[in-house]
Design a protein around this ligand. Sequence first.
Ligand code: 2P0
Length: 333
Amino acid sequence: MKASAIANANIALVKYWGKRNKELILPNNTSISMTADGLYAHTTVEFDKKYKEDIFVLNGRELREGSREYDEYIGLFLKVVREKTKEEDRVKIVSNNNFPTAAGLASSAAGFAALATAFNKALNLDLDKKDLSILARRGSGSATRSIFGGFVEWKKGEKKDGSDSYAEQIASLTYWPDFRMIACITSKKQKKISSRAGMARTVATSPMYKSWLLGIEQDIEKVKKGILKRDFTLVGRTSEENCLKMHATMITTQPAIIYWNKSTIETIQSVIDWRNKGLECYFTIDAGPQVKIMCLEKNVDSIIKRCKKLEGVKDVIVIKPGEGAKITNEHLF
Ligand code: 2P0
């Protein structure tokens, strides 16, 4: 009844922003991401009668039932798992991320992909990757994509029960090995508005949300085609535009959601400037202040050197396409 798993975060090229069903975590739009090598969650779970209550320790800190962080995420997910499996024993969960939690580096994606994978083993659920991506989705939408490695599409699906809203691999991590993202960390603080709350507010109030949805299918087609043809310009340009469209819906939410800080903007402007001078790179930004710069491996050193000169950039992380979630024998307790 004890199992451990490791799952990488992922960075979206075509973003997920907004749900059509909050309980089942069903998105309004299809999204595409790259699984991020080296930005991972490592999670151990154990179901046992010796536990009198569920225990959840995230990065060394115990979160308890009754706290918002626990009830809105792990508590809801445990309910889903218990309904599905009828498991009555309490569970201990210990999870560590090797990157800043909740600052726009998809910690919930890595966390719930690792948790679903560990539950699958500990409870002998025997789910295949498609069904595992559906289970991970019930923890956090973006976790759906982290089950697979390389480049991944999360199909929004049409059905009310969510059975057709799952992830599929577009291309494996070896298909485009020189694709890189350079994450520029501009703040390590916890963000003020969670993605979950932010997207709900955007759907409810942004006058631009309808046009966001109208443009999605085209972006999906372009990015998918770009990945399959290894057309860096097509993927980079489309992803950057898609990111800006998502942020336009956030900024026009009432009250406005602005995840950027001044170094986010400085980095955006630098990327545009470098590109105009012939160094091909594009940016993407999620629900946080970090800027991820897309480039090819041959330009990594030159871009890192430039990023390090930017005043507000505290850390630079180079990210390759990574593996999907997997079981490990290394237990955390
Ligand atoms: C993405 N984000 O596609 C987009 C881009 C943030 C901006 O997926 O409510 O933490 O748990 O389903 O998965 C963040 O949303 O939200 C996210 P829930 P999640 O990567």
